[in-house]
Design a protein around this ligand. Structure first.
Ligand SMILES: [Zn+2]
Length: 340
């Protein structure tokens, strides 16, 4: 069985120079989880849903950019114990540490009229496994969308698994006409000697994450298409960003509202479909500030659970669309059922 090393796993979250995410369809040798499906890519590779109805509805798509198996403890639950992490995972039929867990990378695409928008861009050319690219561009092509067609890209935060797809294999910006929307706090954080002292990642990983973020930021600035946004700015009609912080200092979620219906792309406010929801207080090493990350997770989950909002998460099992309910002082992830 092929698994990812801890270092490789971290790299997918933008924490080292070489990433080793597994594009969907290349995990045939990795069948291990209770519901894992050893077959290669199936279907069209995107899941379509709508916010609102009629002519003003926003068409949304979740594209699975990649999948990977990564270690659980102590990336999650360092402030608990390996036994507690194992016990929770086992109760959901998920392998206990040191066995890896399954993580997805879900990119949101939405259309406002004829405008095509992305929220984040996946792992791009740094989705390795036999040198493979992430699946975003190929799936967009199958939908009839080329990089030139993308008018706007909202960047939730500057971790590699969200921004490396902005680049081509040659290191140029892959979207020649898009405007890029980044929170001001996030831009300032990475630009100016970022403080990662509140996560226990080792120094090498932190430096890899900083180097990558600064490189991509520099390239974005050179395009003159980078728009720095405030904490609750409306980006286009009915589409609003909201800074949450927690995961990174200027991490932002994206809200789409149409005809009284609200949808939120939570990005990395949560990560794993069991641990983030049942134990939001568990530290996550990917959070730049473990305590702030935990508090933010609970605050965001309380809000969406109380409103029964439809949400999408970047790292829960594809398509990553669902709702959240409160239960016993914590939460449950309720994935959508497919409708057609
Ligand atoms: Zn991420």
């Amino acid at each position: 069985m092929q698994t990812l090393s801890r270092r490789s796993a971290l790299s997918m979250f933008g924490l080292a120079a070489a990433a080793t995410a597994l594009p969907a369809g290349r995990h045939a040798a990795l069948a291990n989880g209770p519901a894992s499906n050893p077959e290669p890519k199936q279907g069209a590779g995107f899941y379509k849903f709508k916010i609102g109805s009629g002519a003003s509805a926003v068409e949304c798509y979740s594209i699975g950019d990649a999948q990977a198996r990564i270690p659980s403890y102590p990336l999650w639950g360092e402030n608990a114990s390996e036994a507690e992490v194992g016990s929770l995972l086992d109760s959901y039929y998920i392998p206990k540490p040191p066995e890896p867990i399954h993580v997805h990378f879900n990119v949101l695409v939405f259309k406002v009229g004829s405008e095509v928008w992305l929220v984040d861009t996946g792992n791009g050319p740094r989705t390795p496994d036999a040198g493979g690219d992430g699946m975003l561009l190929g799936t967009l092509a199958s939908m009839g969308i080329s990089p030139e067609d993308v008018g706007g890209i909202i960047i939730t935060h500057m971790h590699g698994d969200h921004i490396d797809g902005l680049l081509t294999r040659e290191g140029a910006i892959a979207f020649p006409k898009a405007k890029f929307f980044l929170n001001k706090t996030e831009r300032d954080f990475w630009k100016d000697n970022p403080d990662l002292s509140k996560t226990t990642l080792d120094a090498g990983w932190k430096q890899g994450m900083i180097t990558n973020a600064q490189k991509v930021l520099g390239l974005l600035e050179k395009t003159n298409r980078l728009e720095i946004v405030g904490d609750t700015d409306e980006i286009t009609t009915g589409v609003r960003v909201r800074k949450t912080g927690g995961h990174t200092k200027g991490h932002q979620t994206v809200e789409i509202e149409r005809a009284g219906r609200k949808f939120v792309m939570l990005a990395d406010a949560v990560h794993h479909y069991v641990m983030s929801f049942r134990k939001p207080e568990w530290h996550v090493k990917f959070d730049y500030d473990a305590e702030e990350g935990a508090k933010t997770r609970r605050r965001v989950l309380e809000q969406i659970a109380s409103e029964r909002t439809l949400v999408m998460c970047y790292h829960t099992p594809w398509p990553g669309v669902g709702q959240v309910r409160a239960r016993d002082g914590a939460f449950d992830w309720l994935p959508v059922t497919w409708e057609w």
